[in-house]
Ligand binder design. Structure first.
Ligand SMILES: Cc1ncc(COP(=O)(O)O)c(C=O)c1O
Length: 382
């Protein structure tokens, strides 16, 4: 009898490659059902939307289905989500729409833990409009310093932009608490859930997010970006769009041009995959695999960030005094272990930790096996 994890792994052709994937934070592999959904759409339904013929109708139905799946995935209404090229592009565009009437002297709070995709859009706005950007610092264990955040909040704060989980160190932020702090001064809670999305369920209403972004290619889907915006905001902001494009539902106002329909088909299959595996299984398994990694980490490797699995996901940023991150990643890659190296676009935390070469990043996900982790630990020990 195959075990649960063997059954899961058989769903991915990619896992037949002689490579252990610890590069999930850069992008996950896709189950074959996602690949088939993409090619099936192109074989049977390929058309622009709005066509009064069979493939046009099937495309319209798919676009609607993908928005419904996205809404259900995020705990939102189907009309409150927008697909885009990737998270970064959506974030530049949404932040621009949100800030059309902001004034010089308005303030934005970003964090030291964020990926640059949730910092640079605000820096660029600040550059154009004379806004001030503050950066929330971290504590010694690399958790966000909420007292510092509190001290930065004021009636000029328009947005608190923060990540749900750090893509470099795996730290998970108390999202609902931070959102509530933002709301106390009338600011928007603008959440980057890209790194968190493959690791646990998202409910935008439960955490009080005003805007939340993620990237389906980080949770077993194709290369796409996905954004949620609270209905009133999406309806109020003036989007950068062409005049004939749909205004209804409001999420569509932020989708420019023709969507990548075939990838929407893949997205629906990815959400189905996650539903079949289930968050309970994923949470329990990743915690156990992460603990196994932490228990076996050779002493020459320094872990940056929380030392236990509490308040973190199984993404680990490591440095060694004797091997630079790029050299280690290359050595591990040659031995059959895909890990990432460098700053992983998390520039601020690397500056704060004085790590100009960044870290070796090991990302563990539920399809990883115990044997892969033990093999990686043995390679790290060399
Ligand atoms: C935490 C986080 N935010 C944002 C991004 C940017 O995502 P995208 O490639 O979809 O623009 C990444 C990508 O690595 C990420 O890890």
């Amino acid at each position: 009898m195959p075990t649960e994890i063997e059954k899961i792994r058989r769903r991915f052709s990619a896992f037949r490659l002689p490579l252990a994937f610890f590069d999930g934070p850069g992008g996950t592999q896709t189950p074959d059902t996602v690949i088939e959904a993409i090619s099936d759409y192109l074989r049977t339904s390929n058309a622009n939307h709005g066509g009064l013929f069979a493939t046009g109708r099937r495309s319209d139905a798919l676009v609607e289905l993908a928005h419904e799946a996205a809404g259900a995935f995020l705990g939102a209404d189907a009309g409150e989500v927008a697909f885009g090229q990737n998270m970064t592009t959506l974030n530049f565009s949404l932040s621009r729409a949100a800030a059309r009437d902001w004034q010089a002297g308005d303030e934005i709070i970003c964090t030291t833990l964020d990926h640059d995709a949730n910092i640079s859009p605000w820096l660029e706005l600040a550059h154009d409009k004379g806004l001030t950007v503050h950066l929330v610092d971290v504590d010694d264990d690399c958790r966000l310093n909420l007292e510092h955040l509190r001290s930065l909040l004021s009636e000029r704060t328009r947005v608190v932009a923060f990540t749900w989980a750090s893509n470099a160190l795996g730290v998970v932020n108390p999202v609902a608490e931070i959102a509530a702090m933002a709301h106390e001064v009338g600011a928007l809670a603008w959440v980057d859930a890209v790194h968190y999305a493959p690791h646990g369920p998202i409910d935008v209403r439960a955490v009080g997010a005003d805007v939340l972004l993620c990237s389906p290619y980080k949770f077993y889907g194709p290369h796409l970006g996905l954004a949620f915006g609270r209905r009133e905001l999406l309806e109020t902001w003036r989007p950068y769009k062409v005049r004939p494009a749909d205004n209804n539902p409001p999420g569509h106002r932020y989708e420019t041009g023709t969507l990548a329909h075939e990838l929407l088909a893949g997205f629906v299959a990815a959400v189905d995959y996650l539903g079949e595996v289930g968050w309970e299984f994923i949470l329990e398994r990743e915690r156990a695999l992460g603990q196994r990694f932490l228990d076996g980490l050779p002493s020459q490797w320094k872990l940056h960030g929380p030392a236990t699995m509490d308040g973190r996901v199984a993404t680990f940023g490591l440095t060694s005094e004797t091997e630079a991150p790029a050299a280690a990643a290359e050595r591990l890659g040659n031995a059959g272990y895909a890990v990432w190296h460098g700053d992983n676009y998390a520039l601020e935390i690397m500056k704060r930790l004085q790590l100009p070469d960044g870290v070796v990043r090991v990302g563990i996900l539920h399809p990883n096996t115990e044997a892969e982790i033990d093999g990686l630990l043995a390679e790290l020990a060399r």
